[in-house]
Design a protein. Structure first.
Ligand code: PMP
Length: 373
């Protein structure tokens, strides 16, 4: 008898839905006949300014691409330790914070364990839960997109872990500090994903994680440092947990180019902080401009994106109409987001193109009343 791949497939993977990533812009642009240089890409929460000048210079200079990277990530962990004021032994880096999410599941989550999320939220937690045969317990955000604290704490008490981004993707709100304390006492591991914290007023919880609370703080170079394509993220966590993750991880997850770009970015952190500040200013200006159009309602956001409620058309018709103008925004396959799009904050010129396109398409879209009749 030969190997039967269907019969041998792990049961947890038989009905796998998979993660729905965004398509490369050239692919979408070609479909819509838009010249690539005309694209305004506001669908991936990327940094419109790109990597810092020092990171670009480090990547342009010769580096040892023929050598394996340091499996202990010594230089990167030391530099991150200095940035956060925590011991290097509390840090683990990976190929994007996505790798850290996967590592946490592989290390701590058993099949059939419960994992709590608060939807709508970042899709990777449910994706990894499915991959590992864990049960997702969703405690939906309230109508104003704030977390339902009591329900979250109750669900956490019967779960292995709770995954919450602060600020949350796609809604943009942060986790209330009082709720953090209650979740830490729930018995579950609390994972606070701070991918967008550089755009928020809320302080990072990294020091509390390093101090030994049952807490993992996830961070990334993808947004603040503009290195999404190089894939570098990290976790700050209690030292004993970090030691285990360092043993479980792939030895060479952070590649040599990613490591030198991340180190150079940390040397350029003042400039990157300034760019984040410019983006938050642009975010607030854009939110006011969108609201002024009269049919768009942006939710308050502490991140580099806005979740916008549509009083005309729906998520798919607005995304489609904007694509024909070369402006890419994100729509979600989520029952509560059928009339919302997520718009990443770009440059002032990007906002101007977006606003022009929205003005141009407004007439084509049905208002809510018309859509029902
Ligand atoms: N966490 C959240 C909340 C995100 O929105 C994203 C990216 N969309 C990530 C993590 C992934 O970050 P990375 O590029 O570091 O894997």
């Amino acid at each position: 008898m030969r190997f039967d791949h269907d019969a041998s497939l792990r049961p947890a993977l038989r009905a796998l839905r998979g993660y729905e990533p965004i398509a490369p812009p050239e692919v979408v642009a070609m479909r819509y006949g838009v010249p690539p240089e005309r694209i305004v890409k506001l669908d991936g929460n990327e940094n419109p300014y790109g990597p810092s000048p020092r990171a670009l210079a480090a990547l342009a200079a010769p580096y040892a691409a023929h050598r394996y990277p340091d499996p202990d990530q010594r230089r990167l962990r030391e530099a991150l330790a200095a940035r956060h004021g925590v011991p290097a032994e509390c840090i683990v880096a990976g190929a994007g914070s996505d790798e850290l999410i996967d590592l946490l599941f592989r290390t701590y989550v058993l099949p059939r364990d419960r994992v709590v999320i608060a939807s709508p939220t970042f899709g990777m937690y449910a994706f990894d839960a499915e991959l590992h045969g864990a049960e997702v317990v969703d405690v939906p955000l309230r109508d104003d997109w704030t977390p339902d604290g009591d329900a979250l704490v109750a669900a956490a008490a019967a779960a292995r872990a709770v995954f919450i981004p602060s600020p949350n993707n796609p809604t943009g709100g942060t986790l209330p500090p009082a709720l953090v304390g209650r979740l830490l006492d729930s018995g579950a591991l609390l994972v606070v994903d701070e991918a967008y914290i550089e755009f928020a007023h809320a302080p990072s919880l990294a020091e509390r994680a390093a101090a030994g609370e049952p807490l993992v703080v996830l961070r990334t170079f993808s947004k603040w440092a503009g290195l999404a394509g190089l894939r570098v993220g990290y976790g700050v966590l209690p030292a004993p947990m970090a030691r285990v993750l360092m043993q479980v991880k792939q030895p060479y997850g952070v590649n040599v180019a990613a490591e030198i770009a991340a180190l150079a970015s940390l040397e350029d952190s003042a400039l990157l902080d300034e760019r984040a500040c410019v983006l938050t200013g642009e975010r607030d200006r854009l939110a006011a401009q969108l609201a002024a159009l009269g049919w768009l309602q942006p939710a308050p956001s502490e991140a580099n994106f806005l979740l916008v409620r549509l009083d005309r058309g729906d998520a798919l018709s607005v995304r489609e109409a904007l694509r024909r103008h070369g402006v890419f925004v994100r729509a979600f396959d989520h029952p509560r987001l059928r009339r919302h799009v997520r718009i990443s904050v770009g440059t002032t010129a990007d906002s101007a193109r977006l606003l022009d396109a929205l003005t141009a398409i407004a007439g084509e879209l049905a208002t809510e009343g018309e859509a029902r009749s």
